[in-house]
Design a protein around this ligand. Structure first.
Ligand SMILES: Nc1nc2c(ncn2[C@@H]2O[C@H](COP(=O)(O)OP(=O)(O)OP(=O)(O)O)[C@@H](O)[C@H]2O)c(=O)[nH]1
Ligand SMILES: [Mg+2]
Length: 479
């Protein structure tokens, strides 16, 4: 038997971005030809893609750590680093992606449905891209960002239109074997089926899938038998078929009490209340079975069930059953809005992309800055390079972080933390250094080489600098 794995933990690590390069163009008689450091390449994403041919999560059970490749660093002569390769992981149709706390991140239904499990880090800009009218020769480059690393849980919920439920040995697998081309294991002992079987049925112009689940016994909700764990696989079905054994040899059982028992366990499992159900009375090829079926049919119909008498062995009543199922499924498909087929739940973002927050934290006595941009900028900064640190300070002050810190009551020397508690860069705030930077001369500019400019030129330059700060990283495409 091939192993069937329907729940795995996956550690997805996207590739990191390559660092940007700081380099100066050199020619024989022109030793300082301007900045020519290229950008780092993007890190590869980790992407889950529904692949119909894949039926289990077994691969990820065996190797749960998956990593996409890193972007290459930029180089001199304006050479960009190569992007990392995306890592595409095929998953079965019906895979649910959860975080470790059990929140659903995505529900992957339908061939080709994709989910980015880890986002590759952006490459850092080289000093060529960082150069501007005001900063002609940056002596630094931005670092590539680390790739996103996430632990997720993959759970398979088989996508079948019809689910067969019933006691062990009621004949569920036998029915699949005669309604479809599938050849599941069939035997006269209970719990022959250990994992769901799936078959494809064609009835007239309707094609649908049918699945069974391991048999249920009283107390399945407490883990008796194989438990209710496999009912996850019937959650997506449009119709449930109660397969009732009319010829059981166990004296304490009969189809009506079997039905009650299964319904009770379904109720304890929950979530299937509104699913249409029909009854298949199986094994009517046996004379006693046919007699019992005749006897209980009125009862079942009085309870509102549509009843079919079938025999998987003698091939009786199969056409009626499969066409009735086709009708229910066609109705269900018509009623279902098309977009529901690929429902991808987007993670809510913690902080608004455009903004940032400043808050004072009494316990640690620091001012904490949270926001996508400030946090990203910190990650991009090479703190061993003063010019790079100065560039960060300029960016933060232009975004208004300085002002907000001031408003929040921060004073020179106070601790400022940028980022989440467990991953923050903390420094002593020096507002004068940031504000004064402009008066002392902008970074990447050498007063000794440049004559003072007329006021008009200054105004224009300041505008250019502001424009540049508005320009977000995304505009710089490495190619
Ligand atoms: N006479 C008769 N026997 C049947 C019929 N359908 C199934 N059986 C027999 O019943 C036994 C159990 O059949 P399965 O199809 O394995 O039953 P199941 O519901 O899948 O059982 P589990 O996988 O254990 O839950 C086998 O010996 C079958 O040959 C039928 O219509 N008539
Ligand atoms: Mg079976």
């Amino acid at each position: 038997m091939t192993t069937f794995v329907d729940r795995v933990e996956l550690h997805a690590a996207a590739g990191s971005g390559g660092h940007g390069c700081a380099s100066v163009h050199r020619e024989k008689f022109k030793p300082l030809g301007g900045p020519d450091g290229g950008n780092g390449g993007r890190g590869g994403d980790v992407i889950l893609v529904v692949e119909q041919a894949v039926t289990t999560l077994l691969d990820y059970h065996h190797s749960p750590h998956r990593k996409a490749t890193n972007g290459q660093p930029g180089a001199g002569d304006n050479r960009s680093g190569k992007d990392g390769h995306d890592l595409v992981l095929p998953v079965p149709d019906g895979t649910v992606v959860l975080d470790r706390a059990g929140n659903v991140l995505a529900d992957l239904v339908g061939q080709g449905t994709t989910f980015v499990a880890g986002q590759g880090g952006r490459g850092g800009l080289g000093n060529h891209a960082l150069a501007s009218a005001r900063r002609k020769a940056p002596g630094f480059a931005l670092l590539g960002e680390p790739g996103e690393s996430r632990d997720i849980v993959l759970e398979l919920k088989t996508v079948a239109d019809v689910a067969l439920v019933g006691y062990p040995s009621a004949g569920k697998s036998s029915l699949i074997s005669v309604l479809s081309a599938a050849k599941p294991k069939i035997a006269d002992y209970p719990f022959t089926t250990l994992v769901p079987n799936l078959g494809v049925v064609t009835a007239g112009s309707t094609v649908y899938t049918i699945a069974d689940v391991p048999g249920l016994i009283p107390g399945a909700s407490q883990g008796k038998g194989l438990g209710l764990e496999f009912l996850r696989h019937v959650e997506r079905c449009s119709v449930l078929v109660h397969v009732l054994d009319t010829a059981t040899l166990e004296s304490d059982r009969d189809p009506l009490s079997d039905l009650d028992m299964i319904e009770e366990e379904l109720k304890l499992y929950g979530g299937l209340e509104n699913r249409p159900r029909i009854v298949a009375l199986n094994k009517v090829d046996i004379p006693d079975g046919q007699d019992l079926a005749d006897m209980i049919r009125p009862d079942l119909e009085a309870r509102g069930y549509q009843v079919f008498e079938v025999s998987a062995v003698a091939h009786l009543g199969l056409k009626e059953l499969s066409f009735a199922l086709a009708g229910i499924i066609a109705d269900a498909r018509a009623a279902k809005p098309a977009e529901e087929a690929t429902r991808v739940v987007i993670r809510p973002k913690a902080v608004d992309d455009a903004g940032f927050t400043v808050s004072f934290e009494e316990e640690e006595g620091v001012y904490r800055v949270r926001g996508e941009k400030p946090e990203r900028w910190v990650r991009q900064t090479d703190f061993s390079n003063d010019e790079a640190v100065g560039y960060l300070a300029d960016r933060l002050s232009r975004l208004g972080v300085e002002d907000q810190l001031m408003k929040a009551g921060a004073r020179a020397g106070d601790g400022v933390a940028i980022g989440a508690e467990d991953n923050a860069v903390v420094f002593d705030w020096e507002p004068t250094m940031m504000a004064g930077a402009e008066m002392l001369g902008r970074r990447g500019e050498d007063h000794r080489l440049e004559a003072p400019r007329p006021a008009e030129q200054k105004r224009r330059d300041r505008q250019a600098e502001r424009d540049e700060s508005d320009k977000e990283y995304d505009e710089f495409k490495p190619f």
